[in-house]
Design a protein around this ligand. Structure first.
Ligand code: LM2
Ligand code: CA
Length: 474
C-alpha cells in the first residue's frame, strides 16, 4: 500500500480541495495530464451533513456512504475517475473511517439522508449506537485509548473492531477501487487502532488492470497521523509498516527553515537523519487544508515568495511522495469554497496566464510550481549530488546529470559560479519563465564545458529559486 502507481512521466499529487468532480475531470485533461502531475487527492466522497453557511468542514461529518456531495453525483465521480485515468492522472479519495457526524438538530445530508445524531442513529448506512464507542471526549494525548476510543471534537466515534463496521468501511472503499481510484487518504488515522486499520486494508480489492494499473497492484494508502516528533502516546511509527504516512514533521521543518528559523544549509542531510520516516513510507507536503488555517508556523499561498521556495525544494528533492496544496482563498477559518447563494460550489475560472480566478488560488497552476513538477519527472531516478551551500541560506544541488537547482533565502545576492552537472549549453530557468516555442521567457543560464555556470539570484528577485534541467535546454 505504499506505491502511488503514478504513470510513467507523471509524478506528485495535488489536493484539489473542494473542487467539483466535473471540474477535476476537465483539469486532468486540460492541465494535470499534459503537465505531468501524477494524481489528485479529492475531497471526501461520502455523503455529509449539510451545515449552515456551508463551511468546508461539513465534509468531515459523514452521514452515509452514498456518493452524493457538493462535489457532484455518483455518475460524475465515476466519469471523472475514468477521464483522469485516461490521461495518466490517478485519483485518491479522502476517506473518513474514524467517525460520523457530531450532534446536530434535524440533521440531513447532501444526499437527503436523515440521521438522529443525538442517538447515534444513521439509518442510511445503517449504524446504530452499538456501532460506536461509548461517547467520551478526546482530551488526553498521553493516553492512546482516549485518543482512539473517544470522540474527536464531538464526532461520533466508530468502533472499527466490529466486523459489521469493518465491512461497511471495506465495502465503501472497494466500490471506489472498482471504479478506478488508486488509493485513499485515511482521515484521522491517529484516532484508529493500527491493527484494525490493517485488517481493513488487507480486505481491499486489487486495483484493476482495465484502469491501467499493473497486475496485483494494491491501493495506495496514506494515513493522517499528526506527529511532529513531540511526546504523545500515539506515534507515526505504529502506522508505516503496511502503508504510507503523511509526514507532518517534514512539513513543519520545511516551513520553519524557509521562514528563517533554521539555516537552509542543514538540509544537506534532509531525510531520515531528521527523524523522518523512510522516504518510501512518506507522503510529504508543505501545507494542507488544516494547517493552512490553524497553524501559524506553516507557510501558505499567503506568504507567496517563501512558500514557492519551500514547494520548489520539496519537488526538487527526491525524498517522499510530494503533495501540492491547491486552495481557495479564505479570510476566516470556517469559510467554505466559492459558492452561490444556494450553496452550490462555483467552478474555478481560468485566465490566459494559466492562473485561476473566482476565489480559487490554484497553487498548482503557478508556473514556479508546475514547472517543478516537470523538473521532478525529468530527474526521476537520480540522487542529490554536488551539494553546495554558502554556510548559510544559499544552497544548490544537482540531480544526477539531469537537473540543477539553487535557492537564496539570505538577505543578500547570490552570484557565483557553481557546478550544475549538466551538459554544456543554454538552459531556460523554469522558475523565472518557461521554454515556449524554443524561446525562454525567463532567465537563460549558460553552462560551460566544465559543467559550471554563473548562477544569480538577487535578494530582491521575485523568486528565490533557480532551476534548470535537460528537458528545458535551448
Ligand atoms: C481531520 N483529520 O484527522 C481533518 O483533516 C480535519 O479537517 C477534520 O476537522 C477532522 N479530522 C475531522 O475529520 C474538520 C475541522 C473541525 C470540524 C470537523 C468536523 O477542522 O473544525 O469540527 O472537520 O466538521 C466542527 C467544529 C467543532 C465541532 C465539530 C462537531 O469546528 O467545533 O465540535 O464540528 O460538530 C463540537
Ligand atoms: Ca476513533
Amino acid at each position: 500500500h505504499k506505491d502511488p502507481h503514478f504513470k510513467p512521466g507523471h509524478d506528485a499529487m495535488v489536493h484539489l480541495f473542494e473542487w467539483k468532480w466535473n471540474d477535476i475531470a476537465k483539469e486532468c485533461e486540460q492541465f494535470l495530464g499534459p503537465m505531468g502531475f501524477g494524481g489528485v487527492q479529492v475531497s471526501p466522497l461520502q455523503e455529509n451533513l449539510v451545515i449552515n453557511n456551508r463551511p468546508w468542514w461539513e465534509r468531515y461529518q459523514p452521514i452515509s456512504y452514498i456518493w452524493t456531495t457538493r462535489s457532484g453525483s455518483r455518475e460524475e465521480f465515476i466519469n471523472m475517475v475514468a477521464r483522469c485515468n485516461k490521461v495518466g492522472v490517478r485519483i485518491y479519495v479522502d476517506a473518513i473511517l474514524n467517525h460520523m457526524s457530531g450532534n446536530w438538530q434535524n440533521a440531513h445530508g447532501t444526499g437527503n439522508s436523515r440521521a438522529d445524531t443525538n442517538s447515534l442513529s444513521y439509518p442510511a448506512v445503517p449504524y446504530t449506537a452499538q456501532n460506536f464507542h461509548k461517547p467520551c471526549a478526546i482530551n488526553n494525548y498521553n493516553d492512546a485509548v482516549n485518543v482512539r476510543n473517544c470522540e474527536l471534537t464531538g464526532l461520533h466515534d466508530l468502533d472499527q473492531s466490529q466486523e459489521y463496521v469493518r465491512n461497511k468501511l471495506v465495502d465503501f472503499m472497494n466500490a471506489a477501487i472498482d471504479v478506478g481510484v488508486a488509493g485513499f487518504r485515511i482521515d484521522a488515522a491517529k484516532h484508529m487502532w493500527p491493527a484494525d486499520l490493517n485488517v481493513i486494508y488487507s480486505r481491499l480489492h486489487n486495483l484493476k488492470t482495465e484502469h491501467g494499473f499493473p497486475a496485483n497492484a494494491r491501493p495506495y494508502i496514506f494515513q493522517e497521523v499528526i506527529d511532529y516528533g513531540g511526546k504523545e502516546a500515539v506515534s507515526k511509527h505504529e502506522y508505516n509498516s503496511n502503508a504510507a504516512v503523511i509526514e507532518f514533521k517534514y512539513a513543519g521543518e520545511l516551513s520553519n527553515a524557509f521562514r528563517g528559523n533554521n539555516l537552509l544549509k542543514w538540509f544537506v542531510n534532509w531525510g531520515e537523519k531528521w527523524g523522518l520516516l523512510p522516504s518510501g513510507d512518506s507522503l510529504v507536503f508543505v501545507d494542507n487544508h488544516d494547517t493552512q488555517r490553524d497553524n501559524p508556523q506553516i507557510l501558505t499561498y499567503k506568504n507567496a515568495k517563501i512558500y514557492k521556495m519551500a514547494v520548489a525544494f520539496m519537488l526538487a528533492h527526491p525524498f517522499g511522495t510530494p503533495r501540492v496544496m491547491s486552495s481557495f482563498d479564505f479570510q476566516s477559518k470556517d469559510q467554505g469554497p466559492p459558492q452561490d447563494g444556494n450553496g452550490n460550489i462555483n467552478s474555478p475560472t481560468i485566465k490566459d496566464d494559466n492562473s485561476c480566478g473566482g476565489g480559487w488560488i490554484c497553487e498548482h497552476r503557478w508556473r514556479q510550481i508546475y514547472n517543478m513538477v516537470r523538473f521532478r519527472n525529468t530527474v526521476k531516478g537520480t540522487d542529490v549530488n554536488n551539494w553546495w551551500d554558502n554556510g548559510s541560506n544559499q544552497i544548490a544541488f544537482c540531480r544526477g546529470n539531469a537537473g540543477f537547482v539553487a535557492f537564496n533565502a539570505d538577505q543578500y545576492d547570490l552570484n557565483t559560479n557553481l557546478k550544475t552537472c549538466l551538459p554544456a549549453g543554454q538552459y531556460c530557468d523554469v522558475i523565472s519563465g518557461s521554454l515556449q516555442n524554443g524561446k525562454c521567457t525567463g532567465k537563460t543560464v549558460n553552462v560551460q564545458q566544465n559543467g559550471e555556470a554563473r548562477i544569480e539570484i538577487p535578494k530582491g528577485a521575485d523568486d528565490g529559486v533557480l532551476a534548470i534541467h535537460v528537458g528545458a535546454k535551448l
